[in-house]
Design a protein around this ligand. Structure first.
Ligand SMILES: *Cc1c(COP(=O)(O)O)cnc(C)c1O
Length: 371
C-alpha cells in the first residue's frame, strides 16, 4: 500500500519558498509602543462611535488565533488543523497554487458541481479532468479512480453537492480518499449544517490526503464577511499559511466571526427553520403539475425539474423572484435551483408559480402554449 507524502505533491518551489515575514510575525506581544508596521498612530479616519472594538489603524492578527481557538472545539479539530480564508475561494485557489504546476498538472472534478474549482484551474493554467456524477448525482467511484493521472494533484468532491443538493455516498467518498493516495481529496462541505451525514473533519487524523472546506457564508448567515474554513493536516495548513497574503482576514471580519461563534445556538435555530421550510417547499413544489421532479436535498436549496424551465424562470424574474437557472448544466436539463427562503418568501414564490400554472399559458397535455 503506497503512502501519501505531501512533499511529493507540492510544487518544488513551494517547499523551499521563504514566506513574507510581517511585523506581526516578528513581534507577537500585545502591549508596547508599536513603531514597527508603519501604521497611523492616531487612529482610523472615521467619525463617531463604532460598534467595533478593534483598533482599525492596526493590522489584524495574520493567523486569527482567537477565532481558531473558539472554532476548534466546535468543529472537533485542533486549531493547528484550521486555515481561514477570504471566503472558500481563497483556500480553493491556494490549494491549486500549492500543488499544481501550470501547464503540467491537473485537477479532477465530478460535474455537475460548484464552478470555482474549474475557474481556479483555468486561472492557474491547470488542466481539468471531468468524471460526471451518475444521473442520481452520485460518484462513479471506479471511473474516478481510473481517471486519475500521475499529474492529478487534487480531486474535488462537493457534499452536499451544489447544484444537486444531495450528499455523496460516504462509502464512495471514502473509496476515493483511500484510492487516490497521491492526490489531495477535497470535500467541500459548504452546506454541511443542513445535512444528515456527519462532517469529514472527524476523519482528518486518519487521512493525510483529506481536506475539508466549510464556510460562514451559508448556515452562519455571514456571506458578506467573506470567511471560509479549510481543515487539513497540520503539515498542509503550514503550507497554506506560508503562501497566503499575510493579512488575509480583515479585523471587522475577525471580530464579527468571533461574536457569531458565541451564538452557535442562533445558527442552529436558523438551520432548523430552513430545514422545516425545505420540507414544506419541496412538498408544495412536488404537488404542482408543471414540476417533474424535486430532487432530495441535504442543503438549503432545492433542485427542481420543470417541463418548461426557461418560461418559469422568466415569469419569476418578471415578478422579481430570482432563482438560478441550471438547465444548461450537465445532468440538470430542465432544472432550476431554488434557495429555501423565509416562509413569506417561499409563499411568494409558490403563489407566482401557481399563477403561472393557472394562467392558461400552460396546460399539462399540450405543454407550453405561448412562448
Ligand atoms: C456557497 C459555496 C461556497 C462558499 O463560498 P464562500 O467563498 O465561502 O462564500 C463554497 N462551496 C460551495 C459548493 C458553495 O456552494
Amino acid at each position: 500500500m503506497p503512502t501519501f507524502q505531501l512533499a511529493d505533491l507540492l510544487r518544488p518551489h513551494i517547499l523551499t519558498l521563504t514566506p513574507y515575514s510581517s511585523a506581526r510575525d516578528e513581534y507577537t506581544g500585545k502591549e508596547g509602543v508599536f513603531l514597527d508596521a508603519n501604521e497611523n498612530p492616531y487612529g482610523p479616519a472615521l467619525q463617531g462611535s463604532s460598534t467595533f472594538s478593534s483598533s482599525f489603524n492596526r493590522y489584524p492578527d495574520p493567523y486569527q488565533a482567537a477565532i481558531k481557538e473558539k472554532l476548534a472545539p466546535i468543529k472537533g479539530v485542533r486549531p493547528t488543523q484550521i486555515f481561514l480564508g477570504n471566503g472558500s475561494d481563497e483556500p480553493i485557489d491556494l490549494l491549486v497554487r500549492a500543488t499544481c504546476r501550470p501547464g503540467t498538472d491537473s485537477i479532477l472534478i465530478v460535474p455537475p458541481t460548484y464552478g470555482m474549482y474549474e475557474v481556479s484551474a483555468a486561472v492557474n493554467d491547470v488542466s481539468l479532468i471531468r468524471v460526471p456524477l451518475t444521473p442520481d448525482f452520485q460518484l462513479d467511484t471506479r471511473t474516478v479512480l481510473d481517471a486519475i493521472e500521475p499529474t492529478t494533484k487534487i480531486i474535488w468532491l462537493c457534499s452536499p453537492n451544489n447544484p444537486s443538493g444531495n450528499q455523496l455516498d460516504s462509502e464512495a467518498i471514502r473509496a476515493v480518499i483511500e484510492g487516490a493516495v497521491h492526490s489531495l481529496v477535497v470535500v467541500d462541505e459548504a452546506y454541511i449544517d443542513f445535512a444528515s451525514d456527519p462532517s469529514w473533519t472527524a476523519q482528518l487524523d486518519r487521512y493525510p490526503n483529506l481536506v475539508v472546506l466549510q464556510t460562514f457564508s451559508k448556515a452562519w448567515g455571514l456571506a458578506a464577511l467573506r470567511l471560509g474554513m479549510c481543515f487539513a493536516s497540520e503539515e498542509l495548513i503550514r503550507v497554506l499559511n506560508k503562501i497566503k497574503p499575510p493579512y488575509n482576514i480583515s479585523a471587522p471580519t475577525q471580530e464579527l466571526a468571533l461574536k457569531a461563534l458565541d451564538h452557535v445556538e442562533r445558527k442552529d435555530e436558523m438551520v432548523q427553520q430552513i430545514l422545516t421550510e425545505r420540507t414544506a417547499l419541496a412538498e408544495h413544489l412536488q404537488g404542482m403539475q408543471m414540476v417533474q421532479q424535486v430532487y432530495p436535498s441535504d442543503a438549503n436549496f432545492l433542485l427542481v425539474r420543470f417541463d418548461n424551465p426557461k418560461e418559469v424562470f422568466n415569469y419569476l424574474i418578471e415578478h422579481q423572484v430570482i432563482v438560478r437557472d441550471r438547465s444548461k448544466v450537465q445532468l440538470c436539463a430542465g432544472c432550476l435551483r431554488i434557495s429555501v427562503g423565509t416562509p413569506t418568501e417561499n409563499s411568494i414564490l409558490l403563489s407566482w408559480l401557481q399563477q403561472f400554472q393557472d394562467s392558461g399559458r400552460w396546460t399539462v397535455d399540450a405543454g407550453l402554449i405561448t412562448h
